[in-house]
Ligand binder design. Sequence first.
Ligand SMILES: [Zn+2]
Length: 510
Amino acid sequence: MIRKLSLRLSKAMFVICLLSRTLCAQTPPASPPKADSTVILNARVADGTGKSLRKANVRIVGDRIARIGNFKPEHKDRVIDAKGLVLAPGFIDIHNHSTDGLQTEPLAETQIAQGITSLVVGADGDSPWPILPWLDAVRKNPAAVNVAVMAGHATIREQVMGKDFKRHATAEEMAQMAKLTEQAMQEGAIGLSSGLEYQVGSYSNTDELVLMSTTAARNRGFYMTHIRDEGNKSFEALNEEIAIGERAHIPIEHSHIKVSTVAVWGKAPEYIRIIGSARKRGVDFLADCYPYDAWHSNIKVIMPDKQYENPESVEKALADTGGPDTVTITEFKPHPEYASHTIAELAAQRGISPVQMYIQIISEGDAAGTEAGVIGKSMIESDIKAFYQQPWVMVASDGGIGAHHPRGAGTFPRVLGLYVREKHWLTLPEAIRKMTSLPAQRLGWKDRGVIREGAFADLVLFDPETVIDRSTFAKPFELPSGIEKVFVNGELVWDAGKPTGARPGRGLPK
Ligand SMILES: [Zn+2]
């Protein structure tokens, strides 16, 4: 109510300013005045809550949605006719790896082209550090999109343990980690992330995670986690995650939910049942899922036992992931020519076994201080469908600017084109909810992720008949089609198939 009133007041002030320039002369505009008010006409509005579409006009004034309804545009309004298009809240990508990309490509073309208006970095336990200078830099050199940041568990663990991280932390070290978590939250991190399948995080125990999560929870944060195992031991890993949620009283965001090895393919329904009963017990459990049946990570991630040069272990790990012909190298600095080939192909070319090939790539990588990027088959379609149909599962990319996986440029249009229009797994309003108000709920954002008078004007206008991803494993940066216009904080950032150059993004929560 107060907000509506102040919006009307600021509108009134603007009219007064128009009438009398002298009255407002004490606050000269820093840049040439922009069209203050935009009306989107004839759109079918998906408001983000999951309600059915309704036809309405929407007026944007400044950075906010000022009016929704059946009204006529006024003289001063800039008018956009959106006949045939759907207007939705801008998409919120809760798991995005654009930490570096935002500095080199602040226009975030592959992101805004999908309709993403806010993204969250610092997932998988790996975040910028320290938090405040990083957020300040984003605020000083804004991107086209809004950005929020998680505090990374592994990042903090390394601050405390340095290179000596291949062990459980001592009580004093854990206390120090909790202290740094507190500091990160005070500086603007919105939660704690972990990546327990990765080197540094994998050596932590549950107590360490509970202690840090308790600190994050006290600061109104949530716990986002890439759990300890997404394959053979994914059920144990899920139970640990739920225990952390219960012991630390912290809301959970399960990253890129999957059952990703041969042994657990087809077991999504069982996974869902366990999560369902935790939710019934009061665990605030949400998850995100990317719309692809292949994962992208480093070559070591398929070996939970870390026996990278033990032929028996390697053989088992390759079989568990679906076989050496399902693991493709995406990038490898010591041998760029490996890229786009499977481990089976590379082995055949050299007349060695896939196991020997895997071990060779590991040792070549270790010698050069790097790891090969790989893509592997992550899930069967029935499992992806089962996850997507849960009301507590949202859409997120796990991609970002420069990602060598098609999810980096295709995730959101793919869900709208493939899962909604072609496969009918989801209704359009439900898919939009999973891209907007559901992530906003996890983030605690009340004024984003929804089309409501007074909310921020983060908006996407798209054609539901044509929207589709076009990025592939061979061409991961191809832009999608069907996303017509994107607004961030009331400013148009994507129009007519390209960025406008505007960078109105904010470093949230500010
Ligand atoms: Zn991850």
